[in-house]
Design a protein around this ligand. Structure first.
Ligand SMILES: C[S@@+](CC[C@H](N)C(=O)[O-])C[C@H]1O[C@@H](n2cnc3c(N)ncnc32)[C@H](O)[C@@H]1O
Length: 286
């Protein structure tokens, strides 16, 4: 299982803090705390207050070992400093959205059902998917779908979105994508709107930029011998991680091989979302 693998790869060699930059529902955090001793503490970040409200009770049994903060991993160094998380003996970023956010949040992350076009991870943020889809120029939408969704039909979809304005709900967006993509090109394995929803979510939350900013910051927080583990779910994110690790490679860090490590068959059976999960691990030299 990826969770056990991550806990094993991040096992600290000394006392200190593990930073979980995407604590979500606390699954990885729980494994990290359960497999380490009391002198290892966890600083858990998330931009979604509902995620923290779920992680809190799940991690309550670890008492004072856990500090949860509503903050973006984009500011991981400032947050670590503010909470005196030092030395940092491990950092985890498990990117994307949680199953709770997709299935229960009602924020329009899923192409199933019909929900408002929100897609904000942080409800304090002003920009929503509805605003983006109804206001962005067609060329910007096309670029966004191509770059963040690897969508082959980006230009056609952008054109139909603009013609379908105003879009109000996820069903409006699904309908626009279905009109734009020729039926013969619909995949049997993946919903035709999957890439569009991914691209819109990444754009609304500025996820690639947050990741680019966080990776070198997180790496520099590491104590000697400590590791940064990043789990990504699509090729665009994995490319960012790969490049950042390569850039850091010559300056006191080493990427563990093989890189990336994929999920095991058992995990894919238990959790189909794990199918495209890629784990990369960077170690600070001793
Ligand atoms: C895949 S889930 C993490 C699941 C978690 N590892 C678990 O075991 O429950 C990703 C989480 O990262 C959060 N997130 C996304 N971007 C973030 C950012 N820039 N800063 C902090 N949290 C972020 C999301 O709100 C979501 O809760």
């Amino acid at each position: 299982m990826l969770v056990d693998e991550v806990a094993f790869l991040l096992r600290p060699r000394r006392e200190g803090w593990i930073i979980d930059g995407t604590v979500g529902m606390g699954g990885h955090a729980e494994a990290l705390l359960a497999t380490t001793s009391g002198d290892v503490r966890l600083l858990g970040l998330d931009v979604d207050p509902e995620a923290l409200a779920r992680a809190g009770p799940r991690l309550a049994r670890f008492g004072g070992r856990v500090t949860l903060v509503r903050s973006s991993f984009r500011h991981v160094a400032d947050t670590a400093r503010a909470h005196q998380a030092d030395p940092v003996v491990g950092v985890l970023l498990d990117l994307g959205v949680s199953s709770y956010q997709i299935e229960e949040s009602g924020r329009g992350f899923s192409f199933e059902g019909d929900q408002p076009l929100d897609m904000r991870l942080d409800p304090r943020q002003a920009l929503t998917a509805e605003h983006l889809l109804n206001e962005a120029p067609e060329a910007d939408l096309a670029r966004m779908l191509a770059e963040l969704g690897d969508e082959r039909h980006a230009r056609r979809i952008a054109r139909v979105i603009v013609r379908s304005r105003p879009l109000r709900t996820t069903a409006d967006l699904v309908a626009a994508v279905k009109r734009a993509v020729p039926r013969a090109a619909w995949s049997r394995h993946r919903h035709v709107a999957t890439r569009t929803f991914q691209a819109v979510r990444l754009a609304v939350n500025d996820e690639p930029a947050a990741l680019r900013q966080a990776l070198p910051e997180a790496a520099r927080l590491l104590a000697p011998g400590a590791r940064l583990a990043v789990i990504s779910f699509h090729s665009g994110e994995d490319r960012i991680v790969k490049r950042a690790f390569r850039d850091l490679d010559a300056s006191g860090f080493t990427a563990l091989e093989p890189s990336p490590l994929g999920p095991g068959d058992d995990e894919v059976r238990a959790n189909p979302r794990a199918r495209s999960g890629k784990l990369r691990v960077l170690e600070r030299e001793r």
